[in-house]
Design a protein. Structure first.
Length: 297
């Protein structure tokens, strides 16, 4: 059973369900304003950096004493989000994993459609390798569209013959931009934040003239052989839950180590509700356990 705090948060989200169409620039600014008002853990260290020519932000929890790096690729439908919107998320991730978190401000659609964002993420990863950080001490992950971007980045690394990071962490990832999952209909009334209509609108902003079934755009259709261990966390109320289920099946068939966690009663990226919702803190803890189990020394 979801906690009282989770039920309360879900009720508030369901009451506000229904997206008012506004220019994407307005939606970006509103999200950043809300994020800037959120309290952060005391002693949190943040600093702007340029990694491989890409603007990014370091987020390091005061309890972190490791030199390992978690590259967090933010969600936002490939068209919004950034280091500011995911600063609190990165803080809790740093604490749970005992890793420094690097949040790239990768280029967004519709101004910069595929493959601009993937190229940015590859540049950030390459810059860490160039600095002498071994791949076994790097984790790549992301939430929602950022989860899909993380999988796309690893597929591109594999194609290039580059060393793979220690593992891949995806939180409610958008892995199929053809939006073919049956859960879009099955969970339409249960998901308070995401809808098929919204994804059908913003998906083309990202893939532009490319084929949305291209495996680098929609990793659900990829051959996943050679991928590192994968953690998937997703709520059972989400319209995208089938993306994670199908990806996990394909990964297991390819011999990849997979931990698929489907959280009862949870909504899309409930992690943002930390520290008020216990399930959010628990989810971060499980990410930390998975990462430490697979991070190289």
């Amino acid at each position: 059973m979801p906690s009282v705090e989770a039920e309360r948060a879900l009720s508030e989200l369901m009451a506000a369900k229904g997206r008012v169409k506004r220019p994407i620039a307005d939606l970006r600014r509103e999200w950043e304003r809300r994020a800037e008002a959120e309290p952060l853990p005391e002693g949190l260290k943040t600093s702007a950096v340029t990694a491989g020519g890409v603007i990014a932000e370091w987020v390091i929890h005061p309890d972190c004493d490791s030199d390992a790096v978690f590259i967090l690729l933010h969600g936002g439908g490939f068209c919004s989000g950034g280091p500011v919107t995911h600063r609190k998320f990165a803080a809790y991730l740093s604490k749970a994993t005992n890793m420094k978190v690097l949040v790239p401000d990768y280029r967004l659609a519709p101004e910069h459609p595929f493959p601009a964002g993937v190229h940015d993420c590859l540049s950030v990863y390459g810059s860490l390798l160039h600095e002498g950080i071994p791949a076994r001490r790097i984790v790549i992950g992301g939430d929602s569209a950022g989860g899909g971007m993380a999988a796309s980045t690893l597929l591109a690394l594999r194609e290039a013959g580059a060393p793979m990071p220690a593992c891949l962490v995806m939180i409610a990832p958008w892995l199929d931009l053809t939006n073919s999952g049956a859960s879009y209909a099955g969970n339409a009334d249960n998901d308070p934040t995401i809808s098929l209509e919204w994804h059908n609108e913003i998906g083309p902003w990202y893939y532009d003239q490319a084929d949305p079934a291209n495996p680098i755009i929609s990793p659900m259709f990829a051959n996943l052989q050679g991928m590192p261990p994968v953690l998937l966390q997703v709520g059972d109320r989400e319209v995208m839950v089938d993306d994670s289920k199908v990806f996990a099946e394909h990964a297991e068939s390819a011999g990849v180590t997979v931990d698929l966690q489907i959280w009862p009663g949870m909504w899309h990226i409930w992690h943002h509700a930390a520290p008020d919702v216990p399930e959010a803190l628990e989810a971060f803890e499980k990410i930390g356990t998975f990462v430490q189990d697979h991070l190289g020394s």
